[in-house]
Design a protein around this ligand. Structure first.
Ligand SMILES: *[C@@H]1O[C@H](CO)[C@@H](O)[C@H](O)[C@H]1NC(C)=O
Ligand SMILES: *[C@@H]1O[C@H](CO)[C@@H](O)[C@H](O)[C@H]1NC(C)=O
Ligand SMILES: *[C@@H]1O[C@H](CO)[C@@H](O)[C@H](O)[C@H]1NC(C)=O
Length: 355
């Protein structure tokens, strides 16, 4: 089980005194990270759109002892550099001073709020008549285990499974079989809920880690809320084949990318993503959300992105030139360097947003 964490919220220099966002500087910031986690951070230059959303989220999260912190990287560049923060505005969630994740959901107050609340909740949620709807809305893939109260063995197998796959799914447990609305009458069983699935697959086999893993791999897609590029890559693979890209658009993009992908195979992973369904993710990658196809290189470790100019025509030659230039600049250290120094090139992914 996840323990309940006490998170912290910071205010930026430009915020009013009445804001729920805390303003911290340098040393202050570091010591805050020591004692409060997770921490929602806004390390940024002025960002007109995000500010009111962030403040609204802070207001709500404050009531749950989740603190939001804002730090101005133009004033605090040492702190930002120390934390490998190189693109603005960005939201990081700190779990102690060393460990953070990058917030990738839509940058709207309700999204920030639900993400942070989820993050502060136990890993396996006790599901009841009252909260089942809410639990099912928390992520794109939810596993609910229906297990009798006294079946400790199955409960502990399910909890171990959840611990081993913390960021992949939302987990719930209940002994109320009525909530399953299924024909299965005999606990234990697990149902996968996902908005992408028309039917909810049911696991009825004997509970074991191996069997649950095989089942989850087959029937569920990773949780979007916390995805890294790797999980989101897996996610795109798990998407139903129907894509709003017309087949010819998509395949011409793929054939355009293929030689480039082959050439840079050792350094870049290529992925495509559906720009209609996952438009918000384009935004998280610093792309405008109204011009597709678009390309971006992301360092999946630091979260830094290098978007291909969306006003440019997308041709194989231009993409190839863009990729070359990216590596050249990184080699010279002119591109956000922390990442180039500390992390292998193999982690980047070239993404094609296709529409
Ligand atoms: C983030 O920090 C910058 C710089 O202090 C500030 O201008 C901006 O309003 C902050 N954004 C939010 C959402 O707090
Ligand atoms: C950090 O700020 C100092 C003082 O304003 C400036 O001289 C330095 O170039 C900045 N470093 C970076 C990497 O922006
Ligand atoms: C089980 O769920 C059903 C359907 O929501 C509800 O009517 C019933 O009261 C629940 N039973 C218990 C013991 O909570």
């Amino acid at each position: 089980m996840w323990s309940l964490r006490v998170p912290a919220l910071l205010i930026s220099a430009t915020l009013t005194a009445s804001s729920a966002v805390l303003q911290l500087q340098g040393d202050n910031f570091q010591s805050h990270l020591e004692t409060h986690s997770p921490v929602l951070v806004n390390c940024s230059e002025p960002c007109r759109n995000l500010k009111p959303e962030f403040e609204a989220a802070a207001e709500v999260l404050k009531k749950r002892d989740i603190a939001c912190i804002s730090i101005d990287c133009s004033l605090e560049n040492k702190t930002c550099i120390a934390n490998h923060i190189t693109s603005y505005p960005t939201i990081r969630i700190f779990h102690g001073p060393e460990k953070f994740t990058r917030y990738r959901n839509e940058r709207k107050a309700p999204n920030i709020i639900s993400y942070m609340i989820r993050d502060s909740l136990p890993l396996v949620l006790e599901v009841t008549t009252d909260n089942i709807e809410e639990v099912l809305l928390m992520g794109t893939s939810t596993l609910i285990a229906y297990i009798d109260e006294d079946d400790q063995k199955s409960r502990s197998v399910f909890t171990s499974f959840a611990e081993a796959h913390q960021n992949e799914f939302i987990y719930g447990i209940t002994s109320n079989l009525t909530l399953a609305k299924s024909n299965v009458q005999k606990a234990p069983f697990v149902i996968v809920y996902s908005p992408l699935d028309q039917v909810n697959p049911i696991f009825k086999d004997t509970f074991s880690l191996d069997k649950l893993e095989a089942f989850a791999n087959k029937y569920s897609t990773p949780l979007i809320g916390t995805f890294s590029l790797e999980t989101y890559y897996a996610y795109t693979e798990a998407l139903p084949p129907s894509s709003p890209c017309t087949p010819s658009d998509h395949s011409s993009l793929l054939s355009l990318l293929k030689p480039i992908a082959e050439k840079h195979k050792s350094k870049l992973n290529f992925a495509t993503i559906d720009a209609t369904k996952y438009r918000f993710f384009a935004k998280a990658l610093n792309l405008a959300t109204d011009k597709f196809p678009a390309f971006v290189i992301e360092d999946t470790v630091s979260g830094d992105t290098a978007p291909f100019d969306q006003d440019e025509e997308v041709t194989g030659q231009k993409i190839e030139g863009f990729v070359q230039k990216y590596f050249e600049l990184r080699g010279k250290g002119n591109v956000p360097v922390q990442t180039a120094v500390s992390f292998p090139f193999g982690m980047e992914t070239l993404t094609d947003h296709c529409m």
